[in-house]
Design a protein around this ligand. Structure first.
Ligand SMILES: Nc1ccn([C@@H]2O[C@H](COP(=O)(O)OP(=O)(O)OP(=O)(O)O)[C@@H](O)[C@H]2O)c(=O)n1
Ligand SMILES: C[C@](O)(CO)[C@H](O)COP(=O)(O)O
Length: 250
């Protein structure tokens, strides 16, 4: 069997690292994004519950704003979380990449599979989380949930002055593109190696594994796994929560 397809043993232990140390500049002024409320509950608590909803996840490592680890720990202590899951809080870094690395450094021995999940994607359904874990269990070293694009995408020459028209360089074939979400799932050794080796500034963990020359696979994402980035995303997130409450009948 090739190094790239090694199913993890039955009983493999899965941990989730949640980078939550970002400021949320694009969301506008206010508390760090992960601590802002969605229907009265901090976004981070929704994200932690989304990971802990998977029965496979036995440990969640939250990477808090650099000076906010004690506050985040207190926050998690005051919200109901599944008892079968352990929680750790560590301070984060200057970039998402650095924050994920600090979360990985906090993992105890004995973890086989690691998920990396943005606190900014608080509403990912458990079926998506489980599908990612299952694909890693089946032998993939790196798995990303993703959706086809609704918009046509253009590659441009970025403007040097804001607001200036940007020349179009190319139009990639839309049918071959995917918008990538989290949680991204990895065989633990693969992600540790990627974070030790890759120093380029990248926007997701899977691209670090790609840089090692290893295979990354896509499984179907979910429209409710969208990232809360701009103010309108908060409106959508609250609408999704309202629809869930209606469907749950309370
Ligand atoms: N130094 C950083 C920067 C980002 N993140 C986390 O990475 C995830 C994805 O980042 P993004 O949505 O870009 O969050 P922000 O960096 O907070 O957003 P912005 O760029 O608007 O400031 C978020 O859960 C964010 O908290 C992190 O842990 N540490
Ligand atoms: C990891 C990610 O959510 C995948 O789409 C995304 O790349 C994070 O980007 P951000 O600029 O840090 O929000």
């Amino acid at each position: 069997m090739s190094d790239e397809s090694r199913p993890t043993p039955p009983g493999a232990r899965t941990a989730a690292v949640i980078p939550a140390a970002g400021r949320g500049v694009r969301l506008g002024p206010g508390a760090p994004k992960a601590l802002r409320a969605l229907n009265g509950t901090p976004m981070l608590v929704h994200a932690v519950r989304a990971m802990a909803a998977s029965r496979a996840v036995s440990l969640v490592v939250v990477v808090a704003p650099p000076d906010g680890a004690a506050e985040v720990k207190a926050l998690l202590d005051t919200h109901a979380l599944p008892e079968r899951t352990d929680f750790l809080v560590v301070p984060g870094g200057e970039s998402r990449q650095e924050s994920v690395k600090l979360g990985l450094d906090a993992l105890p021995p004995g973890i086989d599979i690691v998920l990396v999940h943005d606190a900014a994607r608080p509403l990912v359904p458990v079926d998506t989380v489980d599908a990612v874990i299952e694909a890693v269990r089946d032998g993939a070293q790196a798995v990303v949930p993703a959706l086809p694009l609704a918009d046509t995408v253009k590659e441009v020459e970025p403007a040097t002055t804001p607001g200036e028209p940007e020349p179009v360089l190319a139009t990639p074939e839309r049918a071959r593109l995917r918008a990538v979400q989290t949680p991204q799932g990895f065989a633990i050794d693969t992600l540790l190696r990627a974070h030790e080796t890759v120093t380029d500034n990248v926007t997701d963990d899977a691209s670090m594994v790609e840089q090692l020359g290893l295979r990354v696979v896509v499984v179907p994402g979910h429209e409710e796994a969208f990232k809360v980035t701009r103010p309108l995303d908060l409106v959508l997130a609250e609408a999704v929560l309202a629809r869930r409450r209606l469907n749950d009948g309370f």
